[in-house]
Structure formats: structure tokens, C-alpha cells
Design a protein around this ligand. Structure first.
Ligand SMILES: Cc1ncc(COP(=O)(O)O)c(C=O)c1O
Length: 422
């Protein structure tokens, strides 16, 4: 680094020192520029600057004087203090994610999406609280509420993800939090997020949206009225299936409680993960455009196939969530599900084993296509209807969609001799 005063986080480098005040509304421009503060990328006039905020790995920060040492703990953010509070690498990613959710006061990073969900929930609930969770929530979210959070004396109750403003009828005097996830995991119900958040806010109840499917790019949760928006950056922000990371962005009234909770829990993220995630974010809009286009083409092809009973993809006009998706989303990502007229979970191997392009794997959002057999009825508490035939979820990657269609065509041919599902 240069002389004292030139380092990251120090003011005085000229334009671009502080948070961007003229952030572009265009997603491509935003992704190219976000988090690249001059203070984090510029050494000094003699040495110049670089494009990307560098990877600063640190546990220990050192000080020149006792006065500096004594002053350091008071610096909450964007000043070096101790590794757990981050370095410019994590700050740059946090700033970039905050800008994806207009109206957010800030973003806290977590070592996984589930860790982000846990801290956001714990920042709100106290013993005796009641929490509402959509029946279509990601399975570990429900497990967290039923396990660790229930052990703290917090009662959670599932609600119909399509409830809309009628959710107010489920509010109790002790309701403190409504969770949302749209579209829902495995079954892809689109929620009326603005209506649910309006009802919750009117009753003084906090809201927390899992916005991973839209990656805070295709849906702006804070602008839609949510108090906290989390995403598993493990998925689309990372985009390359090689990192674990979660984030929560929060409105001003919720941000301090979130930060205090995260710090109390000792949550922090390695600089390597943050750096990779910020690199992923640069191409997020570009990748998402292709994920969305390819997935919709494949969903349409599947919908026209004689062995396919139903395709659950909100961008299809046949999908029950299509009207809300059109109203609220700027596009679709690459994750959806479909049900066959034949087979059952037991026939998944016949369909999936030996696929040429789709790989079997429990994640999604990467550049590579993935497929898994699913059985949503096993993790639902309200709607336990099992699909008649084999049901599968696909994450459409960046490959040529025609290759992926050919792979699905062959898989469908392999199960075509199975008897019709009843
Ligand atoms: C909708 C959703 N939310 C949260 C998570 C959790 O993210 P992570 O695996 O980073 O803990 C996942 C992971 O699959 C997910 O699908």
C-alpha cells in the first residue's frame, strides 16, 4: 500500500470515495460498476489504481499508535478493525448487493444462505413469538424454524403461499415475522409479495423474503415492501458452483438489529468467497438473461411433449402464478420443475442416469445444467398432494438449449414405456 492515508477506507482520494450517489438503474452498467469505490481500488497518485477491489485476506489489523488502536473499535464499517468485521473485499460485495435492493440500508454477509436466514430470523424473534412461513419454503428454512428456533420458544405456522392480503387473518398479537419465498421451492408458487408485506407492515410485523430465485435482479424485494431480503449468493450471484455465501439486505429500521445479531453470532465470510462472489456479480445480468431465455424455451418444449403433465414455470402463461410474475418480475431465472404422466420417484434413475448434459446435483444457479427428482409432498405441511407421475426440477445452465432439449428428449424416450401414472 502507499503512505498512511492512501489505504482503503481512507477518505481523501477524490471522486468515488464514498458510496455511489449516481448509481445506474441499468442492471448491466450497475453490475460493471458496483462496489468499485476509488478508496478500495486506488493506491495513490504515484502508483495509480486497479479495476477490481483486491482480495484482502486478514484476521489481524495492525496500528501505528495506541491512539489508533483505541479508536478502531468505534469504526463500525468500512474501516479496518479486526478480520471478522471484514476488509475492503467484503465491503465491496456488501455495497454491490445493497445497491441491488433499492431502499436497503445495508447488507450483511454470511457463510451460507441458511446462515443468512438463521441470523435474519433471530434478529426479530424472541421467546413467545409467532412466525408465519409459506408452505412452499425451502426445506431447511422450515427445519430451522421447527428445530433451533422452536427450541427458543418460538411457534411457527405454515401458510398458503398464495394467501395474498388474506394472510392478515393468520396474524396473532404475538406474530413477529412473516417469511416469504417467491417463487416457492420445488413448486414455484409466485407470492403476492407487495400485498403480504403491506398487511404485515400495517400490523407492525416484520417480513423476510428469500429472493434467491430472482437474485435481487429480477425482483426488488425491499422496493416491494419487504423489511429484509436474503439470498443464497451460492446460486446465481456466485454463478460458478464453487462458493458458499449468503446475504441479507435490510431497511433502515431493521438493519442495526440484523447487524448486531450477525456480529453476536460471530458470522463472517472469507475474503476469497466475497471476491469470487463479486466477480460472479459482474456477469449476473448477462448470465441471467441467457438462463431465463433458455429455460423458457425448454419449458415450452416440455409443455408440448405428450408425456409431460404439467410444467411449473411462472413465465408460462399456463402457470397459475403467471399474472403476478408478469406484474412484479423483470424476467425469469433458469430454475423450474415439471411433472410426467408416467412413472414415479422410483423411476428417477431410468430418466436421469446417463444424461449427457444435465448432471445430478442438489444445487442450482450455476453455469452448468442440473437435474434432480423431487417429491414436494414429503416436505409440505399444508398441501401434501403428491404428483401423479415422476416430478423433476431442472436448473438450466448456459449450454446450447438444443443440446439440453435433446438430452431431455432421450430421457423421456427412456420412460415412455412406463404405465401411465394414476
Ligand atoms: C431457495 C433457497 N434458499 C436458500 C438456500 C440456502 O442456501 P445455502 O445452500 O447457501 O445455505 C437454498 C439452497 O439450495 C435455496 O434453494
Amino acid at each position: 500500500m502507499g503512505e498512511a492515508g492512501d489505504g482503503p477506507g481512507e477518505a481523501g482520494d477524490g471522486p468515488g470515495d464514498g458510496p455511489p450517489d449516481r448509481q445506474s438503474a441499468d442492471p448491466f452498467t450497475y453490475a460493471a460498476e458496483a462496489g468499485r469505490r476509488r478508496a478500495w481500488t486506488f493506491l495513490d497518485a504515484a502508483h495509480g489504481g486497479i479495476v477490481n477491489p483486491p482480495l484482502w485476506r486478514a484476521s489481524t489489523i495492525v496500528y501505528d499508535t495506541v491512539a489508533d488502536l483505541d479508536a478502531a473499535p468505534a469504526h463500525m464499517d468500512e474501516r479496518l478493525f479486526y478480520g471478522r468485521k471484514g476488509t475492503p473485499t467484503q465491503w465491496a460485495l456488501r455495497e454491490a448487493l445493497t445497491g441491488l435492493e433499492p431502499g436497503a440500508a445495508g447488507t450483511i454477509l454470511f457463510p451460507s444462505g441458511v446462515a443468512a436466514l438463521a441470523a435474519a430470523i433471530l434478529s426479530v424473534v424472541r421467546p413467545g413469538a409467532h412466525v408465519l412461513v409459506p408452505d412452499s419454503a425451502y426445506d431447511p428454512t422450515t427445519a430451522l424454524l421447527d428445530g433451533l428456533v422452536a427450541g427458543l420458544g418460538v411457534v411457527s405456522e405454515p401458510y398458503d403461499p398464495c394467501a395474498g392480503s388474506a394472510i392478515a387473518s393468520l396474524f396473532r398479537p404475538e406474530t413477529r415475522l412473516v417469511l416469504l419465498e417467491s417463487p416457492g421451492s420445488l413448486t414455484f408458487e409466485v407470492q403476492d409479495v407487495p400485498a403480504i408485506c403491506r398487511a404485515a407492515r400495517a400490523a407492525g410485523i416484520a417480513t423476510l423474503l428469500d429472493n434467491t430465485w430472482a437474485a435481487s435482479l429480477l425482483f426488488k424485494g425491499i422496493a416491494a415492501g419487504c423489511d429484509m431480503v436474503m439470498q443464497a449468493c451460492t446460486k446465481y450471484v456466485g454463478g460458478h458452483s464453487d462458493l458458499m455465501l449468503g446475504s441479507v439486505s435490510a431497511v433502515p429500521g431493521r438493519y442495526e438489529a440484523l447487524r448486531r445479531t450477525a456480529w453476536a453470532l460471530g458470522q463472517c465470510v472469507s475474503a476469497d468467497e466475497a471476491w469470487l462472489a463479486l466477480r460472479g456479480l459482474r456477469t449476473l445480468p448477462l448470465r441471467m438473461e441467457r438462463h431465463g431465455r433458455s429455460a423458457l424455451a425448454i419449458a415450452r418444449w416440455l409443455e408440448g411433449h405428450e408425456l409431460v403433465a404439467r410444467v411449473r414455470h411462472p413465465a408460462l402463461p399456463s402457470d397459475p402464478g403467471h399474472r403476478l410474475w408478469r406484474r412484479d418480475f423483470a424476467g425469469a431465472s433458469g430454475l423450474f420443475a415439471f411433472e410426467l404422466k408416467v412413472g414415479s420417484r422410483a423411476d428417477a434413475g431410468l430418466f436421469c442416469d446417463g444424461m449427457r448434459h444435465f448432471r445430478l446435483g442438489y444445487s442450482w444457479g450455476g453455469y452448468e445444467s442440473l437435474i434432480i427428482p423431487i417429491a414436494p409432498e414429503r416436505i409440505r405441511r399444508l398441501s401434501r398432494r403428491a404428483p401423479a407421475g415422476l416430478m423433476l426440477r431442472v436448473s438450466i445452465g448456459l449450454e446450447d438449449p438444443q443440446d439440453l432439449i435433446a438430452d431431455l428428449h432421450d430421457a423421456l424416450a427412456r420412460v415412455s414405456a412406463l404405465p401411465p401414472a394414476v
